[in-house]
Design a protein. Structure first.
Length: 233
């Protein structure tokens, strides 16, 4: 497959056209709007591919086609639904500031939130009625997204727990294939999740990255090592 022109550049990835109109190439960068950490893009690429392969095996459709090189992955072209879907198991971050729960409070059941992806509006939190008013997706599509988000959480939580890591919360994005099928898109990496060490509570994720970007790649690599040590890959 031939890599063609750059279609889109985000903070973490560049997306290229290919000679197949249905396929794109996502290339992970070493920076995320912050200082570059050499190797971080390659590690995040591998982590996301591993997790999406596992989710596919568990019946969640994703945009993943195949890893192409250390930092590049072939993905299906989708229409991205402009929602950040956040699933939470433990109170942290904006949940604490919004509703006053102390950080670390284990939630009675997982909490799902939607944020409207709009740079101009600062990605506001919305509910399903706002999403329908804005015609971001149909009610049927949103119920598929909800079901997938809870299921993904139910798959990732015990998997990561087996690696000694607690999944605190996670951001998911979904897309629509030309035939209307909803698939998991974007990435699942320690940059889009909160991951705390299950024993010590040490923060292993993006919160850590913000304070200590030099450690970012080490932590992702440690998770990757833990992931690939089992019979996982
Ligand atoms: P929050 O507590 O800041 O709302 O974040 C919840 C989770 O979603 C956390 O794991 C970080 C992730 N997230 C992203 O990956 N990208 C984003 O733009 C936002 C707002 C959150």
């Amino acid at each position: 497959m031939e890599k063609k022109h750059l279609l889109y550049e985000g903070r973490a990835k560049r997306v290229y056209a290919t000679d197949d109109p249905e396929l794109l190439i996502a290339a992970y960068k070493d920076s995320r709007g912050t200082a570059a950490v050499p190797g971080r893009g390659a590690v995040n690429n591998r982590v996301s591919v591993c997790l999406m392969q596992m989710l596919e095996r568990e019946g969640i459709p994703t945009h993943l086609v195949e890893q192409r090189s250390d930092r590049e992955t072939v993905i299906r072209r989708v229409h991205i639904i402009p929602l950040k879907v956040i699933i939470r198991n433990v109170a942290a971050g904006s949940l604490c500031t919004r509703i006053g729960l102390p950080e670390g409070t284990r939630l009675r059941s997982a909490i799902l939130e939607y944020y409207y992806r709009s740079a101009a509006l600062g990605d506001p939190m919305i509910n399903r009625y706002h999403a329908f008013e804005l015609q971001l997706c149909t009610p049927e599509e949103l119920s598929v997204i909800d079901r997938y988000a809870f299921r993904i959480n139910d798959i990732l939580k015990p998997f990561l727990r087996g690696l000694g890591v607690d999944l605190i919360d996670c951001k998911l994005e979904f897309g629509r294939l030309p035939d209307g099928t909803i698939v998991l898109a974007d990435e699942i990496t320690p940059d889009t999740c909160r991951l705390w060490d299950a024993e010590t509570g040490e923060k292993l994720d993006r919160d850590r990255f913000r304070r200590d970007p030099g450690r970012a790649k080490d932590v992702s690599e440690a998770i990757l090592r833990r992931m690939t040590r089992g019979n996982f890959v």
